[in-house]
Design a protein around this ligand. Structure first.
Ligand SMILES: [Zn+2]
Length: 157
């Protein structure tokens, strides 16, 4: 019954979302841990939340399709997707968001507004390289797939 509900939810994916799910499957084809229906459902919800979603709100949404889902189910799915470089967590807003351009090796610069939680990705490789060089010069390093920059967005200024 619950599996059917997840399957029905996953069937609502449009062609662009199906492409992303397929790509996520490919990214997870190596190693012992694969995409599961619950991980797919979490990913599909994140695809539809442009400004990210908090874990508690995500759990509420998952409970609509899998009523017995407990917080660890959602957190494990989120951890898995973070480890695979498919999603990221914004510490400023405590939200989870899809990484639009997957490439685990490339660090992304993400802007997050602390007032409304809006997010945007910076595509400037010169800025990124300069920031990474400054980090190293200052004695810091980052293994994170995402560097979060907390800045107020246009809407909130
Ligand atoms: Zn804002």
């Amino acid at each position: 019954m619950n599996k059917c509900d997840i399957a029905s939810f996953l069937n609502t994916a449009n062609s662009k979302e199906q492409k992303t799910l397929l790509l996520a499957h490919k990214m997870c084809s190596k190693g012992i841990h694969r995409m599961t229906p619950i991980r797919e459902a979490v990913l599909l919800i994140l695809m539809r939340e442009a400004d990210g979603i908090k874990a508690y709100d995500l759990l509420k949404r998952i409970k609509l399709i899998k009523p017995k889902a407990a917080p660890p189910t959602v957190y494990r799915a989120l951890e898995f997707l973070i480890t695979k470089g498919i999603i990221c967590k914004f510490h400023t807003s405590h939200t989870y968001s899809l990484i639009k351009e997957y490439n685990k090796k490339k660090t992304k610069l993400m802007l997050v507004c602390p007032l409304c939680n809006a997010t945007a990705q910076i595509q400037d490789s010169n800025l990124k390289n300069s920031l990474m060089a400054s980090l190293v010069n200052t004695g810091y390093t980052s293994n994170s797939a995402v560097i979060e920059i907390s800045v107020v967005c246009k809407k909130c200024i």
